[in-house]
Write a new protein. Structure first.
Length: 299
């Protein structure tokens, strides 16, 4: 039995694009999980809302000069999640491993940010040579929070300790506690604050990111939609003022989409808190990243 049978197909397809599995390069799948969410819940509804938004926005990318309708894209459906964070993480691992073994790229849609841990575990030994770049308002480096050592507030620390990627870089940071700052500095985890991006400009930050990433063979990208200011993405689980705007995020994340990227995810949209703005922004991020990856794959 293939581990892909842990994924349940559905009729709501991302972008309305469904190339045959054998011919597809990018495997989209939802992870409707938000059991550990704090403050506001509801990102379990994110995958469906983002798919719906993706079917109602235009698909041509001026950045990449590619129409997403031409992408070798296949929507696998949603992971059959558990109510246990540990079990859900463990279910993600073989699914991602199967996708990679088939020579394809995992593209996950959350769900809370905890799911990124399971995806990175699916990289197996390859994770040791991979740099993780996380676009997020929060560092998510707590040892534990409200009695949980595995949650959306601690997952990046678990990635650091359990997956041990070659490098972790966080972008858009503006909400931290002293414990997290101490751990980041002690573990050589670099971060670029939202204030730095606003002050120094996207081109300067992008240049610094590219310089930092030069030594690494592989790159994994993860986008928590709360990296955006709530003016641009109000329907997230932990909104934080003073964020970056949408074109800044797209310029930064697309600027890193070279041939080293092994996968990416977009997480933390809780669609009940707005009228679809955040889901549209998330769908746009997915489209633009996919188009940029496809452009660079063909170079």
């Amino acid at each position: 039995m293939s581990d892909l049978e842990l994924v349940i197909s559905q009729s709501n397809i991302f972008g309305g694009i469904q190339k045959p599995y054998e011919k597809a390069k990018y495997m989209v799948f939802g992870v409707p999980f938000d059991v550990t969410s704090t403050y506001r819940t509801g990102s379990r509804f994110g995958p469906n809302a983002i798919r719906q938004a993706s079917q109602n926005i235009e698909t041509y990318s001026f950045r990449a000069g590619i129409d997403a309708e031409d992408l070798p894209l296949h929507d696998l459906g949603d992971l059959h999640v558990s109510t246990s964070p540990k079990r859900t993480v463990n279910m993600l691992k073989p699914v991602v491993a199967d996708i990679l073994a088939a020579g394809k790229m995992p593209v996950a849609v959350g769900g809370e940010h905890t799911v990124t841990l399971g995806i990175l575990k699916g990289l197996g030994a390859k994770a040791r040579g991979t740099a993780v770049v996380s676009f997020d308002a929060h560092l998510d480096l707590r040892k534990e929070f409200k009695g949980l050592t595995l949650s959306h507030t601690t997952f990046m620390r678990r990635i650091s300790e359990e997956v041990k990627p070659a490098k972790i870089i966080e972008v858009g940071t503006r909400a931290v506690c002293k414990e997290e700052l101490g751990y980041a500095h002690g573990s050589s985890i670099d971060f670029f604050t939202a204030q730095q991006i606003q002050r120094e400009g996207v081109l300067q930050i992008l240049q610094e990111l590219k310089e930092e990433l030069k030594p690494y063979e592989k790159v994994y990208l993860t986008v928590d939609m709360d990296v955006l200011d709530p003016a641009f993405a109000p329907a997230v689980q932990n909104p934080e003022p003073e964020g970056i705007d949408t074109h800044m995020l797209l310029d930064l994340v697309c600027g890193l989409c070279d041939r080293r990227v092994v996968g990416f995810d977009v997480v933390e949209v809780a669609p009940v808190y707005d009228q679809g703005i955040s889901a549209v922004a998330a769908a746009k991020v997915l489209f633009e990243v996919l188009c940029q990856l496809e452009k660079n794959r063909k170079v």
